[in-house]
Design a protein around this ligand. Sequence first.
Ligand SMILES: Nc1ncnc2c1ncn2[C@@H]1O[C@H](COP(=O)(O)OP(=O)(O)O)[C@@H](O)[C@H]1O
Ligand SMILES: [Mg+2]
Length: 377
Amino acid sequence: MILRKLKLVNFRNYKSFNINFQKNINIIVGDNAQGKTNILESIYTLALTKSYRTTNDSNLIRLNQEKFIITGETKDEKIFKKLSLELYKGNKIAKINDNVINKISNYVGNLYVILSSPDDLQMIKGSPSERRNFLNIEISQLSSNYIKKYNEFNKILKMRNDYLKLLFTNSLCDVNYLDILTNNLIDREVEIYIERNNFIEKINENITNIYKDITGINNLKIIYETNIEIEKFDKDHIKKVLENKYKKNQQREIAMGMTLYGPHRDDFTFEIDNNDIKIFGSQGQQKLAFIALKFSEIPIFEEITNTKPIILLDDIFSELDKKKKNKLIQYIDKDYQVIITSNDTKDISKKILKDANILKIHDGKIVEKGGENNGRK
Ligand SMILES: Nc1ncnc2c1ncn2[C@@H]1O[C@H](COP(=O)(O)OP(=O)(O)O)[C@@H](O)[C@H]1O
Ligand SMILES: [Mg+2]
């Protein structure tokens, strides 16, 4: 799929902005703080209804304004769609072809994006919740079942935690009700574990080779870490493990007033020959690990969605040597729509630049358009 047009109204530093993308490589260049990342952020937000840079949606509205509107026109085979997302007084309105879509799960999945940004480093360095967040976002794009089960899980988890607290303070409460909540929770947890494991297994089919091609280093793998002992990712097995875990730890959970086991405690690590790169890897190795992770997702998205995702690469070239940059570029197949931001194009190969759509941004405006062929064709 491709994004043909993007229109921003009062989004971040853009007042009223129109941009056309071509079907292959698009490069947004400009100095720092001109709005390059904001463009990728708007595409991401249009796809997922949420930004990856802030949890407070109102930060996305241009200062002193009261709403933003992002509109995008997509093309997938012969199907054209117009997507729009609007935020006004804390309400988000998502539309497809001008029709309001009330359920987020019916909206997400109309625009597939894979974004690699410097913030991804948090995925390696940050807390487990950053990594769980990554899993949630990526799998939500691929499975509406996941969004549904995950939302239900969160609601039941909260109810269960509240009830555990109540049991602690009031011993007259009915423990049978806890069992009902536990069983409801387990049903959702089983699905979440299986979906997360499937996703990580698929990543591992690709990431080792990609990382080796870029860095020459072998054996990068992602290790899924759950806080229950799962021997095989089979529904009945996981169900039994969870049932036992909750039964054994009931008193402890009541005393602590919270659910101690489950996917809300999941984590994963990046390992090279069984060494966690968070501890042993250099900054460069870590950066390339998350880029390799994002590139590993491309074939997974394609297989599941039957369309090519749009690849958004924010500033991935900075701090990398020329050789690694070119290795990365080799992965940007001509068949994908890619939108890259960069301070300049100096290290990008002539071959790529020749056919690229280059857009220079200054202070929220396009000040120059064109690739090498611009004006000559
Ligand atoms: N809500 C907002 N309203 C107006 N300007 C904003 C808003 N949020 C961010 N900006 C501005 O956007 C600019 C940064 O844009 P960004 O896309 O991150 O730059 P870069 O080109 O370095 O990627 C800064 O000048 C910042 O002040
Ligand atoms: Mg930026």
